[in-house]
Design a protein around this ligand. Structure first.
Ligand code: ADP
Length: 463
């Protein structure tokens, strides 16, 4: 039974329950019907016996009634000890054992007896005949009742298997229909597993909706659909991430390889070594930035980004970040104008917040033409610190805007050497802002500039 399908087991259970119910219902109907037929026969015997007893009492010692020769009516008169006094001809020809004469409360008794002509229903009526207690036995065959009951039984014997077959067919259809979402889910899950284990061979698509029903299975199906869609999305993201990461790492690694191969191919003068080492150093810094960024993101994904809960002034942290960015900005003739509201107190991680502000400042410098201006605003709005970085740079086209916070995503204008932060900057910024309970907004006008706004809740230090 364990190896059988759920469909089969449910169908079997259904049939067993319905079969049991049908059997007991048919049994009850049969016994009520049989009892009613017997009661009718008893009533008929009583109706026939009443006038006979009256006739015997009225015409004693004449006992003409025993001369009546009705084929289906057996009569006998007995004394109280059971000795026959008179009987009808058919009784004489086929003697019948009346059994023990016992009359509780002097009332007539009924019993079923066997005779040479088949089973008989018999009524024994005690009464007094000329001051002597006597018993009149009147019996009739149960043949008609038995025929009706046998007929009824054979109808039931046909009805029961037919009803069971019908139940099995309906339950198989119904259970199959109800379980079809599970079968479809299983098929989708199998396809998904195959797509994940054999990438490239099977198309990794979001499975279609398997059921529209509003019952429990329908809900299960739509929940699984969401799960499948999520798995597919995560898997695709993962694939994209791996391909982007390897692409991003391949460039500095091939530069490093080229430089070292060049250095090793022949003896060089110190100036050449110096130049090559500078290139190598730059690429190594780039690589370690990517690796550090990936580490930060993986910690954030795991919810393990260790964010300190120190008391700090947001304006001071922002000032420090601007100071760090000034040399970079100056190298492009870009000025950083600060409009910072003083004494904005909060709690958080100073080092992470500085990194967060630096990402926007560096991006603003990277994506702005020389001799432009970057404006930094800090204000307190409704219990939050609102930090704005406004540049006069390239802006971001609507095609790129929805993706700029994705890992390794790079829009236009990011191919220059100075833009090589690995495409992780905004993803890290978002992770840091989220870890501080904040959010980032972006307004941009292609060709005119962008404004990134960081909103950080000003939380008091927990004591
Ligand atoms: P990266 O700068 O290394 O490419 P980021 O994650 O910091 O990676 O930025 C993602 C993309 O967003 C950039 O490639 C760029 O196209 C766009 N971007 C970010 N900041 C700016 C900005 N201030 N002006 C214009 N484009 C920007």
């Amino acid at each position: 039974m364990k190896g059988r399908s759920l469909r089969f087991r449910m169908m079997l259970l259904f049939c067993m329950v319905v079969g049991g119910l049908l059997l007991s219902t048919y049994g009850i109907i049969y016994s009520i019907f049989a009892r009613e037929l017997r009661l009718q026969l008893d009533r008929r015997l009583g109706e026939a016996a009443g006038p006979m007893v009256a006739d015997l009492q009225a015409n004693a010692p004449e006992e003409d009634v025993f001369r009546l020769d009705l084929p289906d009516q057996y009569l006998e008169l007995l004394d109280w000890s059971g000795k026959p006094l008179n009987m009808s001809r058919n009784w004489r020809e086929h003697p019948i054992d009346v059994g023990v004469l016992d009359f509780p409360e002097d009332l007539p008794v009924f019993r079923t007896v066997r005779s040479a002509n088949g089973p008989l229903r018999m009524e024994l009526i005690p009464f007094e005949l000329v001051h002597q207690p006597v018993v009149l036995a009147i019996a009739g065959p149960t043949r008609d009742i038995d025929i009706v009951l046998a007929h009824f039984r054979s109808v039931l014997m046909i009805l029961l298997p037919v009803s069971l077959l019908l139940t099995a067919a309906i339950s198989t259809w119904y259970v199959g229909r109800s379980l079809s979402p599970i079968a479809e889910l299983t098929e989708h899950a199998a396809r998904l597993t195959q797509a994940i284990s054999q990438p490239g061979q099977v198309d990794l698509k979001t499975p279609r909706l398997v059921s529209n029903s509003h019952d429990e299975l329908g809900h299960l199906a739509s929940t699984f659909n969401e799960l499948f869609a999520r798995i597919v999305a995560v898997f695709q993201q993962l694939r994209q991430f791996v391909s982007n990461a390897s692409h991003e790492l391949r460039t500095p690694l091939s530069v490093l390889q080229g430089e070292t191969e060049l250095l090793l191919s022949e003896r060089r003068d110190p100036a050449e070594y110096q130049k090559a080492l500078e290139v190598i150093h730059g690429e190594l810094r780039h690589l370690s930035r990517i690796v550090e960024g990936l580490f930060t993101l993986s910690m954030a994904d795991a919810g393990q980004l260790r964010i300190a809960n120190d008391a700090l002034y947001v304006n001071e942290v922002l000032e420090e970040a601007c100071e760090i960015a000034v040399p970079l900005a100056r190298s492009k003739g870009i000025s950083i104008d600060q409009h910072l509201q003083p004494e904005i107190e909060s709690t958080g991680d100073e080092s992470f917040l500085r990194d967060l502000f630096l990402i926007f400042l560096e991006n603003a410098v990277k994506y702005s033409p020389p001799n432009t201006q970057i404006k930094v605003h800090l204000t307190r709005v409704n219990g939050s610190a609102r930090v704005q970085f406004e540049d006069q740079g390239t802006g971001i086209s609507s095609e790129h805007l929805p993706h700029i916070f994705e890992r390794f995503y790079r829009g236009t204008g990011s191919d220059s050497v100075e833009a090589r932060s690995g495409g992780l900057g905004l993803a890290i910024a978002q992770a840091i802002a989220n870890a501080h309970g904040g959010k980032i907004e972006c307004e941009t006008a292609p060709g005119r500039g962008s404004t990134f706004t960081v909103i950080l809740p000003l939380t008091a230090r927990a004591v």
